[in-house]
Ligand binder design. Sequence first.
Ligand code: PEP
Ligand code: MG
Length: 563
Amino acid sequence: MPTDGESRTFHGIGVSAGTAVGPLVVVTPAPKPAADEAPTTDAAAASAVVRGVLNDVASGLEGRAATASEHARPILEAGAMMARDPGLAMGIDTQLQAGKGLTNAVSSAVEEYCAMFESLGGYMAERVTDLRDVRDRAVARLLGQPEPGVPTLTVPSILAAHDLAPAETATLSTETCLGIVTAAGGPTSHTAILASQLGIPAVVQAVGILSVPAGTIVAIDGGVGEITVDPSEEEQELLQERKRRRAAALAGGTGHGATKDGYPVALLANIGTAADARKAAAQPVEGVGLFRTEFLFLDRDTMPTVEEQTQTYTEVFQAFGDRRVVVRTLDAGADKPLKFADLGPEENPALGRRGIRLGMIRTDVLDVQLQALAAAYQATGADVRVMAPMIATEGEAIWFAERVRALGLPKVGIMIEVPAAAIRSKGILYHVDFASLGTNDLQQYTMAADRMQGELADLLNPWEPALLDVVALACEGGAAMGKPIGVCGESAGDPGMALVLAGLGVSSLSMAPGKVAAVRTALSLHTLAECQQMAAAARVATTPKAAKAAVLAQADEVLLDLM
Ligand code: PEP
Ligand code: MG
């Protein structure tokens, strides 16, 4: 339900700043098979209908794959392959011959197929999502309904959904998608990360937004997290005004990141692919603070060879010339499963053998990656810094650092994403050259709140004072050892939070490139002493809301236009 007195405004969490006005397009939910379906009497004719529909589903997915990004293409192609699988069509025939109606035959056959795949485990079990997606598309077509998922946007629109899967967000284009609003999802959800990567204004946790009919004109403010339904001309003008003020505040800044009094804070980009690298390298960023290498291989069945990886890393390093590139070794497991580095099902994957833990078991996978990074470093002489995900102990840091240094790679670091590593950062940093705070996971583990669960968004607010205390601990260890600590979680791209992080002592902030300008401006408006005061005020607050309010109360008023 709308949440203001006039019943026309929805509030959520702003996760990608910027404003937009446009018609709402609602992502269609998956249909259910018809409850009152007539049984099949002519199985041969029904089979022809279903096969025709499966063919249409496959062609549709192939068509989208042809123009999709490199993230989305393999996912769409995998779906098309499933739709064309003769085994699936034969399974549906069996159901039709037994008298099931069309949609129920498709649904039952897919469930049987899924059960078989699941029992095979590993790669096959992971195909279940593709299969169910094909089922939903086929059932929708049989019911004469639009296929579920993101429709093809023909006019610039604002997309509304319960939540968006990675495959769905990966197909969006900034030309037709003006904004994204989801009823669920949290600040570190795929929707949030992808929207900011694409520079699309986005609001998550806008509870009730799906009650607004498709086609309604809405205005969204991805900074403050507000959606206005049927905005009046005056409201649209206010939003435009805010857009102009924001543009003016951002204009002109391209140099190194620094506070007003010159305390340097390097402004870096988060990237996941070579294409991201090329785009980010064209922006005024000081390098890469987080190269999420697992994003390169999310849909690979087999481990990419040393040669293939060397080529990709070389391309990325070349794109950045002499600017630094911080590469994270594969962070496989939990929310980022890799088929070729799968250790089987776990009760609690986020607490399981993921990140460096997986790397220490699958040393073959880690070593191939390190060899490729070393070869690309040799070939380019780039400023390469390699870090490990999910370090929890000194022992892990020592183990990783030895392996990296043995290959001649110049700088080795670790990610601080586990509270234990923040608490013991001094001891850990003794063994490595730098650390980067992964505030997304650090918050998940500090609050014991699954970052994938939108319902826990209250516990995942990056302004959470407990998280700031953990960050402060990590920074104290860095200062004691004289080693640099950066931040590469989503927090780094929030202009207000950037001030707090600078005040806590971080020396680099890495974020979606589209967020760099606002963070640069925010830093340039405040001295280091002011940032330190704001950090102290945020830490004494007892709630995330109070922490943010305390910072905004002390900040330059232009900061409000940047958020
Ligand atoms: C983090 O956890 O903050 C981080 C940067 O890593 P990822 O989001 O890829 O887990
Ligand atoms: Mg992480």
